[in-house]
Write a protein that binds this ligand. Structure first.
Ligand code: FE2
Length: 181
């Protein structure tokens, strides 16, 4: 096998904010929630890893994609409901990422205003799985969200299904189509 040079990526910002948000989510109660918090934790963590892989494949900034995926359901975490959680997430994306910059980033680099705007844009639109957005980061988030749910065994249909099929093909991986619907 050809010996390729491994490029180590800088994921300090992602790791710092994931660590901080994990501590926060672990402190939350499940009472009154549509889904237990452990689901949000599992889903957002694995979505972040999938986002790196898919971003690499598509030539998109891997860390920005992973940060977006790592907090994409912040609206559901904060409001306890799935209803309109994408739109509801906007204010919390700004709040959390500004807090990252101002209070807990330590030695990790800042997340720029432009990056925060891009993250918020994708988060707000990520529930519209049947819409093909012109923005690459938004489309990546929708694909990653669909695939990650499927990989956790969530019943997958409609636009989520279509995205899973497309992404599996793109990544050259086999998914069990018979269990999708
Ligand atoms: Fe999600």
């Amino acid at each position: 096998m050809e010996n390729k040079k491994v490029i180590r990526k800088d994921f300090r910002r992602l790791n710092t904010l994931q660590t901080n948000y994990l501590s926060y989510m672990k402190s939350l109660s499940d009472e009154g929630r549509d889904h237990p918090v452990v689901w949000n934790i599992m889903h957002m963590y694995s979505s972040a890893q999938l986002a790196k892989v898919l971003a690499n494949k598509r030539g998109i900034d891997e860390e920005l994609a992973a940060i977006t995926a790592a907090i994409h359901d912040i609206g559901a975490v904060m409001t306890k409901t799935q209803k309109n959680h994408a739109e509801a997430g906007e204010i919390y994306v700004y709040e959390f990422l500004e807090k990252y910059n101002e209070t807990f980033r330590g030695d990790s680099p800042i997340i720029t205003k432009k990056e925060i705007d891009s993250i918020a844009y994708a988060v707000v639109r990520h529930s519209q799985k049947d819409v093909a957005d012109e923005d690459d980061l938004t489309e990546l988030l929708k694909d990653v969200d669909s695939l990650d749910r499927y990989l956790h065994g969530v019943k997958t249909k409609g636009a989520h299904y279509d995205r899973c099929v497309r992404v599996a093909k793109e990544m050259g991986i086999e998914i069990s189509l018979s269990t999708l619907n």
